[in-house]
Write a protein that binds this ligand. Sequence first.
Ligand SMILES: Nc1ncnc2c1ncn2[C@@H]1O[C@H](COP(=O)(O)OP(=O)(O)OP(=O)(O)O)[C@@H](O)[C@H]1O
Ligand SMILES: [Mg+2]
Length: 373
Amino acid sequence: MSYYIGLMSGTSLDAIDAALVSFSNDQPVLHHAINYPLCESLRENIQALCTPGDNEIDRMGQLDIILGDTFAAAVKQLLTDADINATQIHAIGSHGQTIRHRPELEKGKCFTLQIGDPNTIAELTGITTVADFRRRDMAAGGQGAPLVPAFHAAFFSTGTHTRTILNIGGMANITLLPMDTKIPVSGFDTGPGNILLDSWIQQQQQRPFDYDGRWAASGTVNLHLLDTLLEDSFFQLPPPKSTGREYFNTSWLQQHLNRFSHTLAPIDVQATLSELTATSIADAIKKHATESKELVICGGGARNADLMQRIAKKLASTTIKTSDNYGLPAEWVEAVAFAWLARERLAQRPGNLPGVTGAYRPVVLGGVYTCGV
Ligand SMILES: Nc1ncnc2c1ncn2[C@@H]1O[C@H](COP(=O)(O)OP(=O)(O)OP(=O)(O)O)[C@@H](O)[C@H]1O
Ligand SMILES: [Mg+2]
């Protein structure tokens, strides 16, 4: 059997996801997956690079190599745990760590930057590595994101009914899968996913995330703050659109909190952020996925019970499932998608969807770092 490995380290900076995947009749089969921890100093250094600062080139250059090394270590751990030899792996698809995503700049100046040196990954693992998936789409006029909708289309399209896929990672993005597979798939980032929920609880309670959304569930939504946050122009922008932690972050939140003359209870801010996340997602679905009666949720946010309840309440007439119902656990979908994108790259098939990223044509995504001589 020929295996692929998908490596994902998303905006949440929670861990590196590594998934061992094979493909049977073009459908992915997940054999094993691990969360490989990011040590605190690494997480801090990544976070620091996500906002403009001094001496960025040196810091980025070093972090690029350190992350490449860490991604390789994650691969080796995965292989040991799964009792598989590196020679059995056809390729690694490594998303890399986004440190800047600027699709909103004027035409000709937009860029997106993922680090985690693929040369290092290939050299240390002995496995051909595919990386740098986003920039070819941008070169073809796209936003370089989101990329997982192509995988959603390949795996979740039904041919019998319209379906919407929602990924709740650091950011949230939706993919609209029409019943008629000849109609182009569309999709876009709806705004924050887990990012604000994680950032606020990290700042207030030094916990990595709000387990099951319990803290948010015990607070009260502040409607004034909610309305203020929802006024952000990103939510009104028409698709294609994408965003990142350089936009939705603690400074963004703080700017809005500063407009209040009194201090809000931290627990109520968490509840309001959960409501904001659910509302922005549900509004985007109601506006753009009018025909879709089924919603399939994936990404770590699918495990946040409070957030899931808030979304369900706002989309009462929609059947809501998680990707687990279709054999793919919600937390591994993105890593599996990058294993699939590596396979598409090696088969020279395009990996972007112009209806999603806004690119003027489908393009083959990613650079290949081979292990041959
Ligand atoms: N049991 C849980 N309760 C609440 N939140 C959870 C739970 N499990 C995971 N999460 C949330 O999921 C996040 C991780 O999600 P995920 O790995 O999909 O995001 P990511 O790495 O940012 O990926 P990307 O942004 O690329 O989609 C955690 O930071 C946390 O907010
Ligand atoms: Mg993650």
